[in-house]
Each structure stands twice: as C-alpha cells, then as structure tokens.
Design a protein around this ligand. Structure first.
Ligand SMILES: [Zn+2]
Length: 130
C-alpha cells in the first residue's frame, strides 16, 4: 500500500511556486492577485438567509478539460510540462535530467522551472529533432 506523504523538499518550494505561477498565467487564473476578497464588515450579521447551493461544481471537471483543449498548442504543451514538473516535486525526483539523470543546475531551473533535461541533453535533442 502506497501512502502518499506530502513532504515537499523545502529547497524545492521556490520552484514549486514558480511552476504554480506559470500555470496560473497559462490558465488565466490570477485570483491570487486580486484584492477584492475583503471580508470585513461582517460584524452586523448580514441578511444571508438561505443561500442556494449551486450544482456548478459537478461541471468543473469537464469545463477544465474543454478549457485545456481551447488553449494554444504550445500553451497546452507548457501546461503539461508544468504539471509534470509539479508531480516530480511531489515524487521527490525534481531537478534531475530525465535523460542523463544528472542534477540540473539551479540557474537553469530558475530560468525554466518546468524543464526535464539539462542543457546538454536539450541541445542534443534539438539537434536530433531535424
Ligand atoms: Zn542531461
């Protein structure tokens, strides 16, 4: 039985934040930046009597999928890579080249946090691609 432990390496936290930021940029989800969420003025007990539960939550999954399909191909690719990188952080093997298994230099990770390969392997792949 695999118990999933949430133990993100503190060293990887900055990259995780970078990745989440990229993700938010792609999906246009910038709720975290808005200042509208002001919860003050609560001390009088407003007239919130019986708020309707909306069923919209059920559709979210499908919406997400369609939304993803609506993205430009390169955005989708990027989103995929970002999600993969986040997975690797959770699994604890983030920051290693997927080809040569060597650690990817921090400078490269900071520039391209979703990269899967070191610069050498990247160049190798690009020269092979044609
Ligand atoms: Zn490599």
């Amino acid at each position: 039985m695999a118990t999933k432990r949430k133990r993100t390496n503190p060293k990887l936290e900055p990259y995780k934040k970078l990745l989440i930021k990229i993700k938010e940029q792609i999906t246009g989800d910038i709720r975290g930046l808005s200042d509208e969420n002001n919860g003050s003025g609560n001390d009088r007990g407003g007239d919130v009597s019986g708020h309707a539960l909306h069923m919209a939550d059920v559709a979210t999954d499908m919406y997400d999928r369609e939304f993803t399909l609506g993205l430009a191909a390169n955005d989708r690719e990027l989103l995929y890579q970002v999600n993969e990188a986040l997975n690797r952080i959770d699994e604890g093997n983030y920051g290693h080249c997927s080809l040569c298994k060597k650690p990817i230099p921090a400078t490269r990770l900071k520039a391209i946090p979703h990269t899967q390969t070191c610069l050498k392997c990247q160049e190798l792949m690009e020269s092979k691609r044609r």
